[in-house]
Unconditional design. Structure first.
Length: 194
């Protein structure tokens, strides 16, 4: 029987995305069945926040737990919103994207460079952990486009034309920051033991 790993999130969309990204990993990803906030994300880095969540869920569930923290870093905004991406000005993703677009209104297109960064942490109840990082470089568009994805996907583009939200989910999952981090995680897990 394959080992179970609990995904430290209440977001069903994220669970489905990671099930696809980690479908060929040597474990089965399962939902975390608990109400309320997992843990306050008080870290100063993506890794610190991912660690907080992963260790809290591993301790609570008694199973290995996987957590991620991710965000978009806009160069013209000195790296903002970064680790605060999910709650930059609101809990509503579109309001956060609108704030980024508003702050970039006078910034020329070629100076709207950005990157999406994801850090994954896999923690065990005994305190062991391993972590990986994935980065996707791109540019912030002038207006949202597309109907797929979530977060800043409608305003983030790799090629300067199509947003991530215009890519089919399978296509996005081949190139995304979470895909890069997930591939690295599968390698690290195969070199360790669950």
């Amino acid at each position: 029987m394959r080992p179970k790993v609990v995904l430290a999130t209440h977001n069903r969309g994220k669970l489905e995305e990671f099930k696809k990204l980690l479908g060929d990993a040597p474990f089965d990803l399962i939902a975390y069945n608990s109400d309320g906030e997992i843990v306050a994300e008080t870290g100063n880095t993506y890794l610190e926040n991912a660690r907080l969540k992963a260790h809290a869920v591993a301790k609570d569930s008694g199973l290995p737990a996987l957590a991620d923290d991710s965000g978009v870093e806009v160069d013209a905004l000195h790296g903002l919103p970064g680790i605060h991406s999910a709650r930059f000005v609101s809990d509503i993703p579109w309001e956060n994207s609108r704030e980024i677009l508003t702050r970039l209104m006078s910034v020329p297109r070629d100076e709207r460079t950005a990157r999406m960064r994801a850090v994954l942490c896999l923690a065990w109840p005994d305190g062991r952990e391993l972590w990986t990082e994935g980065v996707l470089d791109g540019i912030i568009l002038g207006w949202p486009k597309g109907r797929y994805g979530f977060g800043v996907d409608p305003i983030f583009s790799v090629d300067g034309r199509m947003s991530l939200a215009e890519l089919a989910p399978d296509e996005k999952n081949r190139i995304s920051h979470r895909a890069v981090a997930s591939e690295a995680l599968k390698i690290k897990v195969s070199q360790s033991r669950l």
